[in-house]
Each structure stands twice: as C-alpha cells, then as structure tokens.
Design a protein around this ligand. Sequence first.
Ligand code: ATP
Ligand code: MG
Length: 285
Amino acid sequence: MPISAETIRTLHPSDLRVLLALERLMKRYRWVPREDLKGEAGFSDSETMYRLGRLMERGMVRFEKVPYDGYSLIFNGYDTLALHAVSEKGAVTALGEFVGVGKESVVYRGLGLSEVALKFHRVGQRSFQSARVKRGYLPQEGHIPWIFASAHSARQEYAALTLLHPAVPVPIPVVRNRNLVVMGWVEGATLNRCTVGEPAVVLDRILGHVAAAYRCGAIHGDLSEFNIMVDGDRVTLIDWPQWVETSHPNAEEILRKDLVNLLAYFARKYALQYPVGQAMAEVTG
Ligand SMILES: Nc1ncnc2c1ncn2[C@@H]1O[C@H](COP(=O)(O)OP(=O)(O)OP(=O)(O)O)[C@@H](O)[C@H]1O
Ligand SMILES: [Mg+2]
C-alpha cells in the first residue's frame, strides 16, 4: 500500500512530530523503545501511544516485541517525511495520481510550480521486509540499510539530472529530500509501450542523447526501452540512479551493455540492424 494524498492530509502535526522523532532515533535503534520515543517527541505516554496508533493504521510505522516494545519507521513513513519536507518548501503543492511501482521505486504525478513527477526510491524493501531482525540496538554506524540505500539512490539520480540538464533531454531536477526526487513531468510513454513510425530516426536520436550524456561525463547504466520516454519527436532519458562517470574503471563495459540492450530491442521489435561497434563510436567519438 503506497502513500496517498488522503492519508497525508489527515496527519496531524503531532503525528509528524512522532514520525520525525522516530526517524532520528533510528540512527541508533532498529527498533526504537517507546520510552526513548516519548522523550524525543516530548509527549506523554498516552499521547505517544495515540500518535503511534494513528501512524500504524496508516502503514507508516511498525511495531514489534523485540522483546521490549519497539517501533520502526517503514517506507510509507519515510516517504511521508520526504513529501512533507518538499511541501514545506513549496516545491510540491499537490500529490496527484499514482503512476506506478517499479523494481525499486514508486512514482506519482504531482503539482509544483509546474507538473512534476515524484519518484520515491525504495531500495532494499524486499530484503528489509523478509528479514525479521530481532536485535534492537544497532552497534555500529546505526544506518538502517534501506533508509541509507534509498536516500543514496535518490541522491545519485538527482546528481545525474543536475549534471545533465539542460544539455541532455532528461527530466528537469526540481528538488530532492530523503528518498524522494521531484522532477519535471515528462509527457508521452516509455519506448516499450509505443510503436514508432520511423525507428531508425528514433534510434539515431537516442544515440545522440547518449552521446551528449557521455560528453557531460555520464553513462546511464540501465538503458533500456523501459527508461526512454517518447512523445512525438521528443525522446527523454529517465531513471538515472545507477549512472556512472565516464572515468569509471568499467565505463566502457557499462556503456557497451547499455548499447547492446538498446540495439537488441530495435532489432527485436523493428528488425533494425545497427552494429554495436558503430554505436560505440557514435557515442564516444
Ligand atoms: N519524470 C517523469 N515524468 C513522467 N513519468 C515518469 C517520470 N519519471 C518516471 N516516470 C514513470 O514512472 C515509471 C518508473 O520510473 P523509473 O523508470 O524512473 O523508475 P523504476 O523503473 O521504478 O526504477 P527501477 O528501474 O529501479 O525499477 C516510468 O516507466 C514512467 O512511466
Ligand atoms: Mg525504469
């Protein structure tokens, strides 16, 4: 169950205060003891319990006897904090329709100064959900892996968009907070869902964009028909969290894999033959 505008709207400032306190304490605990949470939020026991109840109902917090009463932030809660932060800044004024769930993200449409896409990175979700880690106290760094990995993924994607826009057609970067990247809304559909009239022209255009990114020092790293959006003549490269710099030791291999993927798609769907070597030269030349 992803977050909805409705669940966010019904949150009280005191709910948020407990959520924020929980986030801070998760630097120390995997399962935060109620006592600590009370102190951190500055609420009475009954107020804390009431707020936790509301947060659990909304799927933002999880309870576990570990064996003490422990509470943990889960993705809906983390997403909510990120969304709240960007709303405070005025970067997002409305959360719109749910666009879809990917392998490692949840995307919504939204409104800011213009139409935006909100991409909540959710990395390590499955392993986090299946792993029933009972140990409460985090002995070392105290980074909850999924929080760290998801925020890192969002930072990576935002860095790519900032580097590439406007030299390369990518979504316009608007703001990042925690695991959330807010970016310009791109019209159209992903390449796998279109049948283009002139595949050779579209492929040339894509290779031109990949070359432009390369000149900026970036290789996509997950290029495929699912991460290219098409709207008439416009082609936009999306989904950048796994990009690498052109100085990366495996840069050539990563670029080649991207191009092999792309060319295989055009060969399969449009019977268009384009040698990989030529595409490599096109991009790096
Ligand atoms: N800026 C955008 N404008 C419009 N739609 C977008 C935008 N960004 C993403 N989308 C839509 O959301 C879908 C998922 O986005 P994206 O490809 O970035 O992440 P993902 O595929 O979930 O990530 P992963 O590859 O890790 O599974 C896209 O296929 C596209 O339909
Ligand atoms: Mg994708």
